[in-house]
Design a protein around this ligand. Structure first.
Ligand code: AMP
Length: 586
């Protein structure tokens, strides 16, 4: 752990940070007080995320404020005020009503960052159905797996994504009753077995009354990956909005009037918790850019949209660093007040580069799909120790723990010791289960702690430092990939006998997906087979998940019980010591 140079927090604030004094705010904090900042449904009918995000602003002084400013790839700009968003999401809730979608049914969206995604998410929440986002760069296999596990009743997608990724798997999805298509061109879509999203929206009533919502009603299903097995659907409830709202204020320092840009895609949890919910509950204007990363485009957005708070990710920051600081200097970025980053380790150089390029350091924060919201963060009013994830949020107890041989959990109280990062359950956006997998959920807890699967250390001042993952999941460009999902597709190829998949370190993406395969009798390694396998995996898994590299091996290292030893594959790939190989098959 090294924190030189510390970046001192500025004290010349024009706007006093919400968490201006970590100890004092923490001492006075309670989740009940946080909940009291939200309205709740009228007449005490519970708590609904979409009411807090949209409906309550649409009838108040914020009604005409831009809730979402959408920047299309082609230069088109669309503004959605809180009132307009309220009407559109009421319409979508009525569409679901007409389709006989019931409370708790799953509504999936497979789309890029287009306005319909946001309307669908919030309309679904109003209707008390469960919003389930899918990343648009997934291929047919990850899509099929998630729709199947989540027993999707409705899928909202675009015409081209449907044709490229869903049409061929539609017959294997018996629960899927309705596919609502967003047309790509001027002509309304007429694909068989689908309905036109916009026509339904136009025909639906613009008034919808949110029915009583228990804070524990399921609201969101976010898929994530583990080392083994199928993807896991992390369940979040309407109560999570208390944490979305408060962490927006405390960790991202939201103030009225802020213009906020979260660059994450809503296909992943950050793009939902902070790309949809938190800025809206706080009444901000949220920028949504449809296009992918491009340094010039991004700086132009920061300048032209007068972004004041910017939440992005290490891979993007490293790409900006490659382009260099000169480009940044061409833009007027005086409105930027706070920069934050999440999703992967943020290297100290990147934190410091933020200071050099933008006059503000990037503030790293840590959380994961299961936690639903930010848990550990560097705050606006706190000195930044580059390389550290920061300190736990008020209301969050974090510890470094180790499981003893007897299965008990020992807290490593002494600073500097490495162990598993653990959190005391009980915050509002804590996941409530994995969809239909109670055993997998139960395994995440021990000794009164939720075990995160991350290895970390804590220093003497309470700052947390990320060390690595305790398991084999891969982080590539900020996206969590389960090796098992990739291996399962590779072994479907007629030439492949076995497959092992690892994350290979990469200077920009942090890791890339690398596969090792052994071949069945009768097949020989060759360059053309390698290319065929790369293409095969890409067509099924999509660009976001498919391996970038494939190597052939005569056999893969396995334990005596037949499990492929990914750890060993990785050590060999990196030329590192092989560690304990006592369980290696002879
Ligand atoms: P996901 O559930 O896809 O959001 O991924 C969560 C995982 O990303 C965490 O368990 C960490 O392994 C990693 N992660 C998230 N934020 C950070 C961070 N600030 N530093 C290091 N790793 C992070």
């Amino acid at each position: 752990m090294s924190w030189n140079p510390i970046i001192k927090s500025r004290r010349d604030w024009e706007i006093i940070p919400n968490l201006h004094d970590y100890e004092a705010v923490g001492a006075g904090f309670s989740w009940d007080k946080a909940r009291a900042e939200l309205n709740g449904l009228p007449a005490g009918e519970g708590l609904n995320i979409a009411h807090e995000a949209v409906a309550r602003h649409a009838i108040g002084p914020q009604a005409q404020r831009t809730a979402i400013r959408w920047l299309g790839k082609s230069g088109k700009v669309e503004d959605y005020s809180y009132r307009h968003l309220h009407e559109l999401t009421d319409r979508f809730a009525n569409v679901l009503q007409q389709l006989a979608v019931a409370k708790g049914d799953r509504v999936f969206v497979l789309a890029g960052r287009i306005p319909e995604l946001y309307i669908t998410a919030l309309g679904t929440l109003k209707h008390r159905a469960v919003f389930c986002p899918l990343f648009s760069a997934f291929g047919p296999e990850p899509i099929r797996a998630r729709l199947t596990i989540g027993q999707a009743k409705v899928l909202v997608t675009t015409e081209s994504l449907y044709q490229r990724k869903v049409a061929a798997i539609r017959n294997s999805l018996p629960h899927l009753e309705h596919v609502l298509l967003i047309g790509d061109g001027q002509q309304p879509t007429t694909l068989s077995g689908t309905q036109n999203y916009h026509r339904l929206l136009e025909q639906a009533s613009p008034d919808y009354r949110i029915q009583p919502t228990d804070p524990e009603d399921v609201a969101l299903l976010h898929f994530t990956s583990g080392t083994t097995g199928t993807p896991k659907g992390a369940i979040h409830v309407h109560e999570a909005v208390v944490a979305h709202h408060m962490t927006g204020k405390l960790a991202l320092d939201f103030h009225p009037g802020d213009i906020f840009w979260c660059t994450a895609d809503p296909g992943w949890v950050t793009g939902t918790s902070y790309g949809i919910i938190a800025p809206l509950t706080n009444g901000l204007t949220s920028i949504v850019d449809e296009a992918d990363f491009d340094a010039e485009r991004w700086y132009r957005i920061l300048q032209d949209q007068r972004v004041s708070i910017w939440y992005t990710a290490p891979t993007a920051i490293r790409m900006m660093m490659k382009v260099g600081v000169d480009l940044v200097r061409k833009y007027d970025l005086r409105h930027l007040r706070f920069l934050a980053s999440v999703g992967e380790p943020l290297n100290p150089e990147a934190v410091v580069w933020g200071q050099e390029a933008f006059g503000h350091p990037f503030h790293d924060n840590w959380w994961q799909t299961e936690t639903g919201g930010i848990m550990i963060a560097n705050y606006a009013a706190m000195d930044v120790r580059p390389g550290s994830m920061g300190r736990p949020l008020p209301g969050i107890e974090a510890g470094i723990v180790r499981k003893t041989e007897s299965g008990a959990v020992e807290v490593l109280g002494q600073p500097g010791l490495q162990g598993e990062l653990a959190l005391r359950p009980g915050w509002p956006s804590m996941f409530r289960g994995y969809w239909n997998e109670p055993e997998r959920y139960k395994k995440c807890f021990a000794g009164g702690w939720y075990l995160t699967g991350d290895l970390a250390k804590k220093d003497k001042d309470g700052y947390f430092w990320f060390v690595g993952r305790a398991d084999d999941v891969i982080k590539t460009s900020g996206h969590l990939i389960g090796p098992f999902e990739v291996e399962s597709v590779l072994i479907e190829h007629k030439a492949v006998a076995e497959a092992g998949v690892i994350g290979k370190p990469d200077p920009v993406a942090m890791e890339i997906v690398k596969a090792f395969v052994s071949l069945k009798d009768g097949f020989e390694p060759s360059e053309s087979l390698r290319r065929e396998l790369l293409g095969f995996a890409r067509a099924r898994l999509g660009a976001a998940v498919a391996p970038k590299e494939i190597d052939f091996l005569p056999t893969l290292p396995k334990t005596r019980s037949g499990k492929i030893m990914r750890r060993l594959l990785k050590a060999r790939e990196l030329g590192l010591p092989e560690g304990d190989t006592s369980t290696l098959e002879a």
